[in-house]
Design a protein around this ligand. Structure first.
Ligand code: BG6
Length: 495
């Protein structure tokens, strides 16, 4: 290793990412309403690879959650108490050198049921305080309007996003927050992982499967409503906050063919095409032609209102943000093959890749491929707003030596540099779970991503004290020098 630094572009937005539902806690404080995330329970004893069962929410679970006036057994209700501890956390983020912090706004803090006439002032004040604290430390807020939660009332009353009226409620919420924070927030995202509604309709769309005869139809209709709501949010953001930038957010699921058998190649190509269906709509402003075949084969009919097509066409996003955790492999015949899990989706194991303790394939080169694929298709600036390694950490003598996490990030950063060299415009990078928080998929605490350790176990025991890990100081150095030491080993990365 030489002492030369390979630099990221000037002004690169280094940061961290969290979401309200996994970090804030304070589920019933200052008038907050019950959200879909408050229904999630930690299902002890389920195997890690059973990710589908972990995040499945059924009717009984919803009814129980509505009766449960406690955070016990509902980890997302307590989060990591970011709601009260954010000043301390922000001081640590500042020490790390973060330029930006990705947070989300809990809809239920602003409109507890979703359909009120007036917003909840106490909820608005919380985000005022939060953004002011960021400003104090020169940390630029990057705000997601909808990250895996919505008012549970709208789910019960209207069937979640499957009902058109939810677009109006969401637009009202968006306009209230644009208006309130127009002088404090310049960077916005509409829906976190908008594609994920097809994999977990409840979390991303408030769709309770048992309540629909044809769940797929409801899901695609709900997705259409989210596309429209997103376009309207883009419209109002541009009108109300001149100079603001607003992006979409995709789970980047890059798929490789298992072999060069054309059938495997075709399958992988179809998966990749489907993954970019969502960005096609939000970036190019229209449904791509290939999706009609899927709709035809599945007998799905999207009900559009007059003017929807034009809204989608006119109000496209300014940049594309995405999460990247793992790549996938596709094959025609997967029978008897070893499988792995991944970010809300699993598949056949790639024999060339290692897996994390949760069975997610670790593929740094995949981030370079993903960046190039997105940039080739859209030529819009890209922003990696989630990436990281969920792992068990050991505290020894008060220290956490997470070399495995450093190595994971180091390898991904090297590939990001390669992608930039390839010509990709990359605005920034926010590491997921910059401080340990509750896992989305399993509601565990012990699946840790952070550069900052939070003392809490899966049952909610612990002091909640924050401790910088070894990776904290490593990331601090990367940000300080805005680059990485040059790796002298030949890696075959040239054109
Ligand atoms: C992304 C979500 O899909 O993955 C986050 O946007 C989530 O909310 C992250 O936490 C990691 O997934 P998990 O299940 O390990 O928390």
């Amino acid at each position: 290793m030489s002492n030369q630094i390979r630099k990221f572009p000037e002004g690169f937005l280094w940061g961290g990412a969290i979401a309200a539902n996994q970090a804030e806690g304070a589920w019933n404080v200052d008038g907050k309403g019950l959200s879909t995330a408050d229904v999630a329970i930690f299902k002890k004893g389920l195997s890690k690879s059973d990710y589908k069962k972990h995040n499945k929410v059924d009717e009984e679970q919803i009814q129980q959650a509505m009766r449960a006036n406690t955070a016990e057994g509902y980890p997302k209700r307590r989060g990591v108490d970011f709601y009260h501890r954010y000043p301390e956390d922000m001081a640590l983020f500042k020490e790390m050198g973060l330029k930006t912090l990705r947070v989300s706004i809990a809809w239920t803090r602003i409109f507890p049921n979703g359909d009120e006439e007036e917003p909840n002032e106490a909820g608005l004040l919380f985000y005022d305080r939060l953004f002011d604290e960021m400003k104090k430390h020169d940390i630029e807020p990057l705000v997601t309007l909808s990250h895996y939660e919505m008012p549970l009332y709208l789910v019960n009353q209207y069937g979640g996003w499957s009902h058109r009226i939810v677009v109006d409620f969401f637009v009202k919420f968006s306009r209230v927050v644009f208006d309130r924070y127009k002088d404090k927030v310049k960077y916005w995202l509409t829906f976190n992982e908008i594609d994920s509604i097809v994999r977990h309709p409840f979390t991303s769309g408030g769709i309770v499967s048992e309540r629909f005869d044809n769940v797929e139809q409801a899901v695609y209709q709900a997705l259409h409503h989210q596309f429209v709501a997103s376009a309207l949010a883009v419209k109002y953001c541009h009108e109300m906050i001149p100079g603001a930038k607003i992006g979409c957010m995709l789970t980047k699921l890059t798929t490789y063919p298992y072999s060069c058998n054309p059938k495997d190649v075709l399958k992988a190509s179809k998966n990749n095409q489907f993954n970019m269906f969502f960005t096609d709509v939000q970036v190019r402003g229209e449904y791509p032609r290939f999706i009609n075949r899927l709709f035809k084969e599945k007998n799905i009919h999207i009900e559009k209102q007059l003017g929807d097509d034009e809204l989608l066409k006119v109000h496209t996003v300014d940049f594309i943000s995405f999460s990247y955790y793992n790549s996938l492999v596709a094959t025609e015949n997967s029978e008897g093959m070893e499988t792995v899990s991944g970010n809300t989706i699993g598949g056949v194991k790639n024999p060339y890749l290692e897996v994390s303790e949760w069975g997610w394939q670790i593929d740094p080169i995949g981030i370079r491929i993903s960046l190039n694929d997105l940039y080739d298709r859209y030529q819009l600036p890209l922003f990696i707003v989630e990436n990281g390694l969920g792992a068990y950490d050991k505290v020894e003598d008060g220290k956490i030596n997470d070399d495995y996490r450093i190595s994971y990030h180091e390898q991904h950063f090297q590939q990001m540099l390669e992608a930039i060299e390839d010509g990709v415009e990359l605005m920034g990078y926010t590491s997921w779970g910059i401080l340990d928080l509750i896992s989305y998929s399993s509601s565990e605490m012990e699946k840790r991503y952070g550069f900052i350790h939070v003392d809490q176990d899966n049952d909610g025991n612990g002091t909640l004290n924050r401790t910088p890990k070894k990776s904290f100081y490593w990331y601090q150095e990367v940000i300080r020098q805005n680059g990485l030491k040059i790796n002298d080993e030949p890696n075959g990365d040239t054109f």
